[in-house]
Design a protein around this ligand. Sequence first.
Ligand code: SF4
Length: 485
Amino acid sequence: MCSLFLDDIAEAASILDPLFGFSRYGESISATLPTFDLLAHQLQTRCSIFSRPSTGKRSPAEAGWLEQSVDAQISLHHPTHIAISIPFPGCLFGALRIAQRIRRINPAIRIAIGGGYVNTELRELKAPDIFDDVDAVMLDSGMLPLQRWLEHNDPTTLIRTFIRHQGQVLYMNTDALPVRHDALPPPVYDGLTLDRYIGLFEVLNPVTRLWTDGRWNKLMLAHGCWWHRCAFCDTQVDYICRYDPARPDTLCDWIETIIASTGYNGFHFVDEALPPSLVNGLCSEIRRRKLNVEWWGNIRYEKHFTPPLIAKMAQSGCIAVTGGFETCNDRTLALMNKGITVAEAKTVCASFAQAGILTHAYLMYGFPTQSFKETQKALETVRRMMHAGHLHSAFWHRFALTAHSEIARHPEPYNIHLKPEPVSDFARNEIPFDGEFDHDLDATGHALRTATYNYQHGIGLDRPAAEWFRSENVTMPRRMFRQGR
Ligand code: SF4
């Protein structure tokens, strides 16, 4: 109920500022930004009680709440350098408003940005104007780029960092070996008022609740994905393709340090895909040290997660796993090189459920060449798994073609046509394409999500999945639809 009250307050706040959201501020204007001009205009003109421009002609004397909060932090810490992480598009606008405010109150402070959004979308940055607000834009693992930036005042020594020099954007990348994941220090939470973070329970999906209700320490067992072969994934980018695991004893040292410093014993392992052999080693070490922890993370539903390993995970504090079932169809799983089969994934999922571990599946529709019949069958598989209590939670995502995927590099086997992209000097990630589908993707997505939402509430589990497509009017068309994004 408290979460719903907060939701009401957020809705009221969006009347004062349509960009407002608790965890996403200005996402609608940041989702697609081929050129920086579009955002620069918003940064100079948008004005509300929450945030006001700090530069330009329309810069008001009075600060918004966001800027007041920045002022308070600057007075408290007197920083010389500030690094802002931008994980998602919904964090970009706020991050740049923070940077603008810092520039205004103390132009001597150096500002860098990095994080997930930057790593995926800004790899081809050419827009010099963003450097009015920040000094450096860093890609991939931040340890070395930040270290160089802090220790040297010489741009020629920078690593994986965009800067502006004589009006041009330069990418500086001095040769350097990445810091081994195992050699990193544990995350430090000093100065964060962790006891004042609020939990939210806005939707009934059990995994969404895990994410937002309560606080989890974040750790990664390994950098990158050990598989790094799925054709739709960002396999060209460092955070996927460079696999570099830590040792189980290092991981448990980090766990002990973090519990001591935060007082929380819950961990969300934010790996792209937890490697089974490393999970095995971690569980042994957790048990050897008699650590009292709860944890969850993303896996691949692969056969290496055997029943004995899953039992060991449950005994070592694992409470939930999430993972991609994707199209839930053997033909398309093979085409995308997922490296699992439906039968294998179903067995693994059932073993997790039987061990008392919550299971969640990421599902995909609109994958190139995926037919209506295959999609319908995939929903039927999901229904049966939920009915059997083997799958507790699921969500359908529409396939998106991204610039750093294998499909974008070699689209031929997928029978799609890449459409011309807009001229870009800023963000580039999703690529427009046309594909042939024998069903309407919008209506299909609606039917899949409605069915699965109901299944999660125990509704409709005893009826064939096909009924959801009939009630949503997803019928087989006489001709092929040309559809894309
Ligand atoms: S989709 Fe998952 S398993 Fe596949 S390459 Fe990406 S991170 Fe790895």
